[in-house]
Design a protein around this ligand. Structure first.
Ligand code: HEM
Length: 473
């Protein structure tokens, strides 16, 4: 251990002394949900390349980002993903590591995610976002406040249910968390724990009860739900192919019939969409409302613009409200929902980054949290300023990584943005006076402190808001 610390392959790279010898300090940060902020502080101290553990480095550099997250690049997803997703014999778009397997899969499935195809799903996205925001306004008027995080989670769950299985979970209608929502809430956090403590997890899994078994059960429950729903959709597709609802998987079913894809693959993809697309979208909508609640001048400007939309507004109308897109971008910049580095393995032969040689087999990542706060790229980076998106510079566009990058860039990014535009437009039409943080039930700013277990969420798991109307009436 001492020899590795002094002469190990990453020992020449700047970083804290402890990271020469062990991963322990990083593990502690991960367990506390503080990985992102811990590594950000290291960058502030050591510069754009920093050793974060014996086998891993973090980079904060545009040139490095272009290499590591390149289309067709050789920096494959690291072992982290195997443990994180609880690798199955059949993977999904997110978990596949093998370059050829992933490229083939992406080629076959990306037609489901084009802006043209997802426009087929706009009618139910409009309905669900409108119902969810109406429920929030109703709750706020009856109780004095509403938990926007809860309702945006129900909204995103119903949207992803319709768009992956052709049936909504009807969470907005029911208005209450069930086992399914709780499983979704826990799945990414448990993946991070499983990945950091994989040996311990494998031992614990042999014990028939306890946390490891429960983590395995979460995956099993989500998968069996996916299996049943996909089989149902496949049956109705075969019974009436002309009238079945278009989904993010519809085009994959034709591949099953052509023998190019298994039904099991579609089930995995459906569950993958749900895990990748629910919290990320719900949290972005929540964060936008939270940030706007602290910037009433920008909030008022948005309210004015969305109030002028036709009552049956469509995406074409929303795209003309450029402030809406700027707010979504600025929210993703300041409070991205996957802001940690996306770990990749340096290919054999190694690479040079920021003047340092990094040997093949090392793990590297570029965290968007740090890229989005580089003061040489973003003037006053901590300030929420959607107007910086009026004319972004080239460097800003290259440093903006909320959806990852290259061959593994988020498949659902257009879908998420369509949903977010509808969600925010409907929200500010339902709250025409805007909203501010509520003090009900002891809610404070501390509840909204970010905590990251791969996905960044609010520490208090709630975001209580009240209408500003109470203030003016
Ligand atoms: C604001 C919302 C969202 C954010 C911030 C987000 C972010 C990301 C990021 C950073 C990645 C790359 C992960 C990595 O390299 O490890 C990713 C991948 C992915 N996302 Fe999203 N996502 C969002 C919404 C969605 C939605 C709505 C869906 C599906 C409907 C989706 C499906 C996927 C899939 C399938 C992948 C894996 C792509 C591949 O490796 O080929 N995401 N997302």
């Amino acid at each position: 251990m001492v020899y590795r610390g002094l002469c190990g392959p990453l020992s020449h790279i700047p970083g804290p002394l402890v990271s020469r010898f062990t991963r322990l300090r990083l593990k502690v940060a991960v367990l506390q949900g503080e990985r992102v902020r811990y590594i950000h502080r290291l960058h502030e101290q050591y510069g754009p390349i920093v050793r974060v553990s014996t086998e891993e480095i973090s980079l904060a550099d545009i040139k490095a980002a272009k290499i590591v997250y390149k289309v067709g690049g050789l920096y494959l997803k690291s072992d982290f993903y195997d443990a994180f997703t609880g690798r199955q014999p059949v993977g999904n778009a997110f978990s596949m590591v093998d370059f050829h397997e992933h490229s083939r899969h992406r080629r076959l499935t990306s037609a489901n995610f084009t802006e043209k195809w997802i426009s087929n799903m706009e009618p139910f996205i409009a309905d669900i976002t409108r119902s969810a925001t109406a429920r929030m306004a109703d709750e706020a008027s009856r109780h004095g406040f509403t938990d926007v995080f809860k309702w945006f989670t129900f909204m995103a769950t119903d949207v992803i249910g319709e768009s992956s299985f052709g049936t909504s979970f009807r969470m907005v209608e029911r208005g209450q968390k069930d086992q399914y929502i709780r499983d979704l809430e826990n799945v990414t956090g448990s993946g991070v724990i499983r990945s950091e403590f994989s040996l311990f997890f494998r031992i614990m899994k042999q014990i028939p009860v306890g946390p490891a078994k429960e983590i395995a059960n979460i995956i099993k429950r989500l998968q069996s739900y996916g299996r049943e729903s996909i089989e149902r959709y496949y049956t109705s597709l075969n019974a009436d192919p002309e009238h079945v609802k278009p989904t993010l998987l519809t085009k994959e079913f034709a591949l099953v019939d052509a023998g190019e894809m298994s039904l099991e693959q579609i089930q995995r993809d459906a569950v993958g969409n749900i895990i990748a697309g629910t919290d990320t979208t719900a949290l972005t909508a929540t964060n936008a409302v939270w940030l706007l609640s602290q910037h009433p001048d920008i909030e008022q400007k948005l309210i004015r613009q969305v109030s002028e939309l036709p009552s049956d507004f469509k995406n074409d109308d929303l795209q003309k409200v450029s402030l809406l897109q700027s707010i979504v971008n600025e929210t993703l910049r300041l409070r991205g929902t996957i802001s940690q580095g996306l770990p990749r393995t340096v290919p054999p032969g190694g690479a040079e980054f920021c003047g340092y040689f990094v040997p093949g087999g090392s793990v590297c990542g570029i965290q968007s949290h740090t890229m989005h706060r580089d003061p040489s790229i973003w003037p006053h980076p901590e300030v929420f300023d959607p107007s910086r998106w009026d004319e972004p510079t080239k460097d800003q566009l290259h440093a903006f990584l909320p959806f990852g990058g290259g061959s593994r860039v988020c498949l659902g990014m257009h879908f998420a943005q369509l949903e977010l535009r509808h969600a925010l437009a409907n929200f500010y039409r339902a709250f025409p006076y805007g909203v501010r943080a509520s003090q009900a039930e002891g809610f404070t700013e501390a509840d909204m402190t970010p905590m990251a277990f791969f996905i960044d969420g609010p520490r208090g798991k709630r975001c209580l808001m009240e209408s500003r109307k109470a203030m003016t009436s």
